[in-house]
Design a binder for this molecule. Structure first.
Ligand code: ADP
Ligand code: MG
Length: 245
C-alpha cells in the first residue's frame, strides 16, 4: 500500500535493544528503521533469535528500546515509563497471542468486555459495553457462543474470541504474535481470513510469524536477521482466505 501521503501509524528510527547479562550483551535489535502507514498489513518474519519477539514487545509498549525512537500515532512512546506505556497499550494496541490468553472461567463475552473496563478513551455504560463486546463477537462470527467459556470452544473459536477482545477498544494497530501457531492449517486459514477482512475495513495489522505460508496473507513482509531488517517486500502472490468461512 503506497500511502506515502498519510502520517505513519508506526514510525521507528534506529531502534536498538541491548540485553545485558553480567559481562555479556546481546544486540537483539540493531538499528531498525521502519514506517507503517494506516491500513497496512505487515508480516514480520525471521528465524528464531532474529529479534521478532523483542520487536513485538517494543511495538506493543511492553518494553522500550535502549536507543532510537518509536512514535505511535504521533506520540513518542520510546521514553514513557511503565504506567504511561500501560495506558497507551490499552488505548492503542490490540494483542492476539499464539496461546489465546483468555480467562478460563469467564465467558467469551466477558473476555471481550474486559479491555473496556480499563479503557481511558471509552466511557461506556454497562449496556454500552455489552453492545460493543457483542458487536465484536459478531464480527468474528461468534455471536451465538457469547456465553461459552474457553473450554467449551475449539482452538479456532478461542482465537476468534481473542481477536474480538483485541478489537473492542478500537486500537490503532492489531498486533498478532504467531496467532496461528497452535492451530491446524484449515483453522489458520480462517483466522487469517478474519485479519484480512479487518484489514480490508481499514485496520492496520502487524503479524509476527516464522511461517512463509502465513506471511503471504499480508500485503508486505519485513524479514529480520540478527536484529536487523534484511528485506522489505510487497507480497506479490498474496494468499486470500476468502470463501473459506
Ligand atoms: P525471536 O523472537 O526472533 O526468536 P528474540 O527477540 O526472542 O528473537 O531474541 C533475539 C535475541 O535476543 C536472541 O539472541 C535472544 O537470545 C536474545 N534475548 C531475547 N530476550 C532476552 C532477554 N530477556 N535477556 C537476554 N537476551 C535475550
Ligand atoms: Mg520469538
Amino acid at each position: 500500500m503506497a500511502a506515502s501521503s498519510a502520517e505513519p501509524v508506526i514510525r521507528i528510527r534506529d531502534l536498538t535493544r541491548v540485553y545485558r547479562m553480567g559481562d555479556s550483551e546481546v544486540r537483539a535489535l540493531d538499528g531498525v528503521t521502519l514506517d507503517v502507514a494506516p491500513g497496512e498489513f505487515l508480516a514480520v518474519m525471521g528465524p528464531s533469535g532474529s529479534g521478532k519477539s523483542t520487536f513485538m514487545n517494543i511495538l506493543g509498549c511492553l518494553d522500550r528500546p535502549t536507543s532510537g525512537t518509536y512514535v505511535l500515532e504521533g506520540t513518542d512512546v520510546s521514553t514513557l515509563d511503565r504506567n504511561e506505556r500501560a495506558g497507551i497499550r490499552n488505548d492503542k494496541i490490540g494483542f492476539v497471542f499464539q496461546s489465546f490468553n483468555l480467562l478460563s472461567r469467564t465467558s467469551a463475552l466477558e473476555n471481550v468486555e474486559l479491555p473496556l473496563l480499563y479503557s481511558r478513551k471509552h466511557r461506556l455504560s454497562d449496556a454500552g459495553q455489552l453492545e460493543k463486546a457483542r458487536g465484536c463477537l459478531a464480527k468474528v462470527g461468534l455471536a451465538e457462543r457469547w456465553d461459552h467459556t474457553p473450554a467449551q470452544l475449539s482452538g479456532g473459536q478461542q482465537q476468534r474470541v481473542a481477536v474480538a477482545r483485541a478489537l473492542v477498544n478500537d486500537p490503532a494497530i492489531l498486533l498478532a504474535d504467531e496467532p496461528t501457531g497452535n492451530l491446524d492449517s484449515r483453522t489458520s486459514d480462517e483466522i487469517m481470513g478474519i485479519f484480512q477482512e479487518l484489514n480490508e475495513e481499514g485496520k492496520t495489522v502487524v503479524l509476527i510469524t516464522h511461517e512463509h505460508d502465513i506471511a503471504e496473507y499480508a500485503r508486505r513482509v519485513v524479514a529480520f536477521r540478527d536484529g536487523r531488517i534484511v528485506s522489505d517486500d510487497v507480497v506479490k502472490e498474496r494468499r486470500s482466505a476468502k470463501g473459506t468461512r
